[in-house]
Design a protein around this ligand. Structure first.
Ligand SMILES: Nc1ncnc2c1ncn2[C@@H]1O[C@H](COP(=O)(O)OP(=O)(O)OP(=O)(O)O)[C@@H](O)[C@H]1O
Ligand SMILES: [Mg+2]
Length: 616
């Protein structure tokens, strides 16, 4: 007797539903996408108990007449494509005609829909895939879908669900994605009778981000603006260098309006950020990629979460370049803040300043003579009661008013050759906090600089520049060393010999699997050259798979400069601090160290006013 049997319609659709409906968030996604395809202007979502007990999506889209409403619950029934050729250029979010029947087969499902000009609407109730009731419905024009008791007839699937909290957060993330992808549509989300957000329709992505995540995040984003590429357009907002997150939750990528997950794009974004991103952290991106639909296959993933590009290499290159150029441009904008003149009036003699704040100020500004260390603001008491702590010493050391202002137009040391616009930089160093943070003032308000991170960035860029130009200066070892490596590492060294030499590592082959080193970069302090080389190889091998030789050199520099940079608690003398800041401002990416940690934090006057309750 034959062992093969056809599955019943119900079982077959439950099996199919398994792919489309993984969890409550997939239901929310499919329903909202249907609403968007139906031309809705407002979409409200309500969930209960992580979406397991209820997911309700209400829209004011085109609605359906009764025949269509019934048909929409049949598998492979769609209004969005007609032939196989339409699949090659899908312009809607849905196209398979699978979502509604799949959802309806694994839940208690209610559809209520009415076309704008129809007198009556239609209500359909489906339980576990079986239509139980069809009648006139009296709701507003548009469509309401209610999904209750998800997976009630699939206990195995139900067991795999996570906690209500986690499922709720997944749904929330889904709705965030859709809301960011469509700022022109109003969105609201209710969770267990509490409104999580209510977003009015807006004109711009920036407004939507502000409404959803707050103005603080928006202020740290820059508008994507790379050189235009033929056939592919990239827009959106991305985090400025130094901004990162511990999870991917704000790394949003849209291709032709569809939120997607793509290792190709996230890899390209990472490459674009390069040293502007902290290791192990994720960038913040609201990235919109638009290209001819015929060059993207959207039909490659059961939940439509992934796409395939016809020219993945081309897309990658455009994204990398675009991110790099955007960050570069953001640097120029940032530097503007150091170009505007300081607002404060020129310093008056200390004695003339009767107000206590000014008296305090004069005590924590620059020293009279350049060889003295900067005053340290670490001890609270020294600020609260400077007279008691430093006594007459302070007045003696620091109170010469003519030295108070250190705008770079003064008789400061000659600018570094790489300074972009040294003559225009305007800042005033106030002091050093806790032997680590340089406090300074610019046109925007207060700037805090992490001197260690700043030094890393400056060194990194200097070494990179040298590598690109004449090579990093090398220092001969007293005794050349030979060392053996396994064949695979030997191959790697052979392939990268010229880069290693440019980086100041004097290395050459010395027989099979053996190499000789006779010099190392002079900025390094290494006692065992062979051991150092093994470590470099280990570190760089993983980075070198798909990167250029220059990138490899950068990677090595980023990994080694840290050891050389000023450590926290290294007291710097005033001219050193000033030079450090000036060098930092001349960097290509001044606001983060080569490992992506921020080097400086700007606290604007407006923020201060808000914090002090002067402005609400
Ligand atoms: N909210 C809605 N408003 C108006 N029409 C809708 C709505 N939801 C679904 N429909 C109609 O029902 C059809 C079936 O929806 P369903 O989600 O099952 O498939 P689809 O969107 O065409 O494709 P996919 O399975 O990829 O989502 C849609 O093509 C659309 O015509
Ligand atoms: Mg759909």
């Amino acid at each position: 007797m034959g062992r093969i049997r056809l599955l019943s319609e119900t079982v077959a659709s439950q099996v199919a539903a398994g792919e489309v409906v993984e969890r409550p968030a997939s239901v929310a996604k499919e329903l909202v996408e249907n609403s968007l395809d139906a031309g809705a202007r407002n979409i409200s979502v309500a969930i209960r108990r992580g979406g397991i007990s209820l997911i309700r999506v209400i829209d004011d889209g085109c609605g359906m007449d009764r025949d269509d409403a019934l048909l929409s619950l049949e598998r492979h029934a769609t209004s969005k494509i007609r032939s196989a050729s339409d699949l090659q250029a899908v312009a809607t979010l849905g196209f398979r005609g699978e979502a509604l029947p799949s959802i309806a087969s694994v839940s208690r499902f209610r559809l209520n829909t009415r076309e704008g000009d129809a007198i009556a609407g239609t209500e359909i109730i489906v339980n576990g895939g079986k239509i139980d009731l069809v009648r006139d419905g009296g709701e507003a024009a548009g469509t309401q879908v209610e999904v209750r008791s998800l997976f009630y007839n699939l206990p195995a699937r139900r067991k795999f669900l996570r906690s209500e909290n986690t499922e709720s957060r997944n749904i929330e993330h889904q709705i965030h994605l859709q809301a960011i992808g469509h700022p022109e549509i109003g969105f609201s989300l209710m969770r267990d009778d509490r409104t999580l957000f209510q977003l009015p329709a807006t004109k711009t992505l920036a407004d939507r981000i502000r409404d959803l995540y707050g103005v603080e995040l928006l202020q740290r984003l820059v508008e994507v603006n790379g050189a235009p590429a033929p056939k592919i357009q990239i827009s959106g907002l991305i985090g400025q260098a130094g901004l990162s997150r511990q999870s991917r939750s704000q790394q949003l990528v849209f291709v032709n309006g569809r939120a997607i997950e793509s290792s190709l794009i996230t890899g390209a974004v990472r490459e674009g950020y390069h040293t502007a991103l902290m290791k192990g952290q994720y960038p913040v991106t609201f990235l919109f990629i638009e290209l001819d639909p015929a060059t993207v296959d959207v039909n490659v993933h059961p939940a439509k979460r992934e796409v395939r590009f016809r020219d993945p290499k081309g897309v990658r290159e455009v994204v990398v370049r675009c991110i790099q150029q955007t960050l570069e441009r953001a640097r120029a904008d940032w530097q503007e803040k150091f170009r505007a003149p300081l607002r404060a009036e020129p310093a008056a003699p200390v004695s003339a300043k009767a107000a206590p704040d000014l008296a305090l100020r004069s005590e924590i500004t620059a020293p009279e003579t350049s060889h003295r260390e900067l005053p340290n603001l670490g001890a609270v008491s020294s600020v609260a009661d400077p007279g008691r702590v430093h006594g007459s010493e302070i007045t003696e050391q620091f109170a010469r008013p003519s030295d108070r202002r250190f705008a770079s137009t003064g008789d400061r040391p000659a600018p570094q050759p790489h300074d972009k616009n040294p003559a225009q930089q305007q800042f005033e160093i106030i002091g050093v906090l806790s032997k680590l943070y340089v406090l300074m003032e610019n046109a925007n308000g207060l700037v805090l600089v992490d001197q260690h991170a700043a030094h890393e960035r400056v060194l990194f860029e200097e070494l990179r520049r040298r590598m690109e130009q004449q090579g990093v200066p090398a220092q001969k070892l007293l005794l050349p060393q030979t060392f053996d490596v396994p064949p695979r590492d030997a191959d790697w060294i052979e392939q990268n010999l010229s880069v290693l030499q440019r980086m100041g590592i004097g290395i050459e082959s010395f027989g099979p699997g053996t190499f000789k080193i006779d010099s190392l970069p002079s900025f390094l302090d290494v006692s065992d050259a062979a051991q150092f080389m093994r470590k470099v190889i280990d570190d760089l091998k993983s980075a070198s798979n798909n990167t250029s030789p220059m990138r490899l050199g950068e990677e090595m520099i980023a990994k080694t400069v840290c050891r050389h940079a000023v450590k926290a608690n290294d007291p710097l003398r005033y001219p050193e601090v000033e030079k450090l800041i000036r060098d930092l401002l001349g960097c290509d990416l001044p606001y983060c160290c080569p490992h992506g940690r921020p080097t400086m934090i700007q606290i604007s006057l407006a923020e201060l006013e808000k914090k002090f309750g002067r402005k609400v």
